[in-house]
Ligand binder design. Structure first.
Ligand code: GTP
Ligand code: MG
Length: 343
């Protein structure tokens, strides 16, 4: 079994309380994979980061793993502000296939952690909990980029028991919300138990474990849901509505099904009637090394799900983050506009 061409990349949302390390975790996944010079480049998307399966497998140090997995990689989304995410989620739970809930292990659960968990519960989204900032535990000896158990076994007994206690607290909090959980290496059945993965986004400890567990979840829970139709009209969700110099108002979207092309007519949700407009340009970020302020983006003629992309088009001023964006034809424009309006 190797990568299956008909499966799209699963979308993984990174959620959690402010400052608990969402962006740092993604930086680490991005940065270390690039720095390691591994096969298959990390692709920067608008609002998302794509990590190909090769990078993940190399990171885990066992090339035979590649034959076990059928997804092409993972597309991570750094959730933009909790409010937008709630409305993203409420669009039929279509956006995130999997999620990471990140919690500062020293601070424990905070309001946004709990809210994230309730959202995931409501939409039955498979997820893992990442207990971040283990390097801040008093006396922790950092072992850069080591898998969790390897670094844990090098710690003193006092540090180990300190971490164990903090994890018990998280496990207790999860139980109160209705989730059975365990440290991830003790979970036999991820369908019944949520895995809690201790990591440090600062030192890279435990990152390989996060990637492996996510692939395992994708494999087990999503295989049947990830089939997509590249020939279908594009369907996506607006992550952000942004002013860009020289382009005016643009949409950053995540396309989760079908194909979207330059020149396509799209319908987008707004506060009033849905906006109907024609795509002037589809833009992707240039590779990081090439970024100059005036030419941050590269034009592409079409993209296929799952992908993060920027849309430039007239009349986007009233567009709403979290709303759907759909490619339409003369036959479907009225029905789809009505559908979006009533959502
Ligand atoms: P918002 O986007 O504002 O919600 O925050 P965030 O969840 O993206 O957190 P961010 O990654 O910006 O991290 C917040 C702060 O915590 C930054 O100063 C990071 O450097 C720090 N930080 C994140 N992860 C770690 C970690 O593992 N160890 C330590 N020591 N600091 C960390
Ligand atoms: Mg952030």
């Amino acid at each position: 079994m190797a990568v299956n061409e008909n499966l799209r990349t699963p979308i993984v949302s990174v959620m959690g309380h402010v400052d608990h390390g969402k962006t740092s975790l993604l930086d680490r996944i991005r940065g270390s994979a690039v720095a390691d010079g591994e096969a298959g480049a990390i692709t920067q998307h608008i609002g998302a980061t794509e990590v190909p399966i090769d990078n993940i497998v190399n990171k885990c140090g066992d090339p035979s793993l590649k034959d076990k997995f059928i997804v092409p990689g993972l597309l991570f989304i750094d959730t933009p502000g909790h409010h937008a995410f709630t409305s993203l989620r409420s669009r039929g739970g279509a956006l995130a296939d999997l999620a990471i809930v990140i919690v500062d292990v020293n601070e424990g659960f905070m309001p946004q952690t709990i809210e994230s968990l309730h959202i995931l519960k409501r939409f039955k989204t498979p997820f893992v909990v990442v207990a971040n900032k283990i390097d801040r535990i008093h006396g922790w000896e950092a072992n850069k980029n080591l898998p969790f158990l390897a670094t844990y076994n090098k710690q003193s007994e006092r540090v180990k028991s300190d971490l164990d206690n903090k994890l018990y607290e998280l496990i207790g909090e999860l139980y109160n919300i209705g989730f059975n959980s365990e440290r991830y290496d003790r979970v036999n059945d991820f369908q019944r138990n949520i895995g809690v993965i201790p990591i440090s986004a600062a030192t890279g400890e435990g990152i390989a474990d996060v990637l492996m567990i996510l692939l395992g979840l994708a494999q087990r829970f999503l295989e049947g849901n990830l089939h997509y139709d590249a020939t279908a009209p594009g369907t996506g969700t607006v992550l952000e509505v942004k002013e860009e110099k020289g382009l005016g108002t643009t949409l950053d979207i995540i396309l989760y099904d079908g194909t979207i092309k330059k020149g396509d007519t799209i319908v987008v949700g707004s506060l009033g009637d849905p906006i109907q407009t024609k795509i002037r340009a589809l833009l992707k970020p240039r590779p990081l090394s090439e970024i100059k302020a005036e030419e941050k983006f590269q034009q592409v003629s079409e993209v296929t799900a799952a992908v993060g992309v920027k849309i430039s088009a007239p009349n986007l001023e009233g567009a709403l983050a979290g709303s759907p964006v759909r490619v339409v034809s003369t036959d479907t424009i009225d029905a789809i506009t009505e559908e979006i309006k009533s959502e």
